[in-house]
Design a binder for this molecule. Structure first.
Ligand code: 7TS
Length: 408
């Protein structure tokens, strides 16, 4: 990866606690490059207006930018039509929409929803709630010992009673890349729809929803160098057409009578209220930035970073890394624990040296249970990280280890 990439991220040019910042928490949210910050500044400074209603010039400009962003997203994930791209707040909102709209209409008592033990809470709780409401059964696909998913276990879990299979593409804890294309095929053989949680995939891999043949795909702008507050639900047109909105009000209506109303066509029927205009503009700039570098190059860089980090970190005695050992099977996420030191303490000591990692359950408590831990630390890498960041992390971990062995 070109070392100049870092210079596009102004936030990284600062010191934290007297040390140059090393940001290793991109799985939580990524940093933003100058072109994204500038696009937001320009939008608010020159074009800001509400969309889809204007006769005036600013209204038209804002609408062009907002709908232009939709085209950009359509191409980015290779969707068939812009009608399949719904702008929402993020992955969480997108999965909730599928559960509340598609799920309520299609899942009946005794039907099954199949997920895995490695899901983020955003891909567990919407299904738990729906299963309770409909009297449906929530089933979990077993994981292999190294935190991967075998198609054998997928076949064992999915039956003709399965209506929805929902799976994370890249785990935010284990970094595992799941075979969602093959799983979608199995789901379809049983008449179920396939939902993909792409929150950690869209920032790092080339996504082609037609090739994956998934029915729904959810992701968040803020994890892919875009702003917070914007996310995307992709859905196959014929499925979205048949679904009812879950939010009602302005923007999403066609005609409103006293006792009855009708909805706009796709995708606007799902975008009630003033849309996330600036967010979409920022997301479009983020996509331009990522595509300029190339998703293939980004993916390669992440495998490389994961391989080096795992190699250097496993040389630290008492440090355990979770998830697949083979870096080719994971994105740039390395989750670990240092023996006898609580991960929050590890993260605090690292922060004293200017290194930002996340500690906790990473919104994946069922996975923590499966790993038999209450919490872990996690270093996540992105396109602006380089090997010097790994060296600083390893140095920081060695100091943390020494510090705690002196204290206890
Ligand atoms: N799914 C996965 C796999 C995620 O990693 C996250 C966020 C979400 C869904 C939810 O995305 P949101 O944008 O709607 O919040 N993951 C994390 C994380 O790992 N640390 O902080 C947020």
């Amino acid at each position: 990866m070109n070392p100049e990439i870092k210079s596009y991220f102004p936030i990284l040019k600062q010191e934290i606690n007297g040390h140059p910042l090393v940001y290793l928490d991109s799985a939580a949210t990524s940093q933003k490059p100058t072109p994204v910050i500038e696009a937001l500044k320009e939008y608010y400074g020159s074009d800001n207006s509400n969309v889809h209603r204007g006769v005036h010039t600013l209204g038209n400009r804002a609408t062009e930018k907002y709908e232009g962003a939709r085209e950009k997203v359509q191409q980015f994930i290779n969707a068939n039509s812009t009608q399949e791209i719904v702008f929402l707040r993020g992955t969480t909102t997108a999965i909730n929409l599928v559960a509340q709209s598609y799920g309520r209409a299609n899942v009946e008592e005794g039907d099954e929803i199949v997920i895995t033990y490695m899901e983020h809470h955003s891909n567990i709780i919407p299904w738990q709630q729906m299963a309770k409401e409909r009297g449906a059964v929530l089933k979990y696909i077993e994981l292999e010992e190294d935190g991967t998913i075998s198609l054998e276990n997928v076949r064992a879990a999915i039956t003709d009673r399965t209506k929805i299979v929902s799976m994370v593409y890249v785990s935010n804890v284990l970094g595992t890349m799941n075979p969602v294309k093959e799983v979608a095929k199995i789901a379809h053989e049983h008449g179920a729809v396939m939902v993909v949680d792409g929150a950690q995939a869209a920032p790092h891999l080339k996504i082609d929803v037609q090739d994956l043949d998934c029915d729904f795909f959810a992701f968040s702008g803020h994890k892919m160098v875009g702003p917070t507050g914007i996310g995307v639900l992709y859905g196959k047109k014929q499925l979205l057409e048949a679904m009812e909105p879950v939010e009602f009000g302005g923007e999403m209506i066609d005609f409103v009578g006293l006792y009855d109303s009708t909805w706009k066509e796709l995708p606007w029927k799902f975008e009630g209220g003033t849309p996330i205009i600036a967010g979409a503009v920022g997301l479009a700039a983020a996509i331009d930035f990522l595509e300029e570098i190339g998703l293939d190059a980004i993916e390669k860089h992440e495998h490389h970073m994961a391989a080096i980090a795992m190699d250097k970190m496993s040389a630290i005695e008492g440090l355990e890394i979770y998830g697949p050992k083979d870096p080719a099977k994971r994105a740039g996420i390395v989750t670990f624990n240092l023996k006898e030191v609580h991960p929050h303490d590890v993260a605090t000591v690292l922060d004293m040296s200017g290194i930002a990692v996340r500690a906790g359950h990473h919104c994946a408590q069922p996975l923590m249970k499966w790993l038999n831990v209450t919490a872990t630390a996690r270093a996540s890498f992105y396109l602006y990280n380089d090997e010097s960041d790994i060296d600083r992390l390893v140095e920081g971990l060695r100091s943390a280890k020494e510090y705690f062995s002196d204290v206890f």
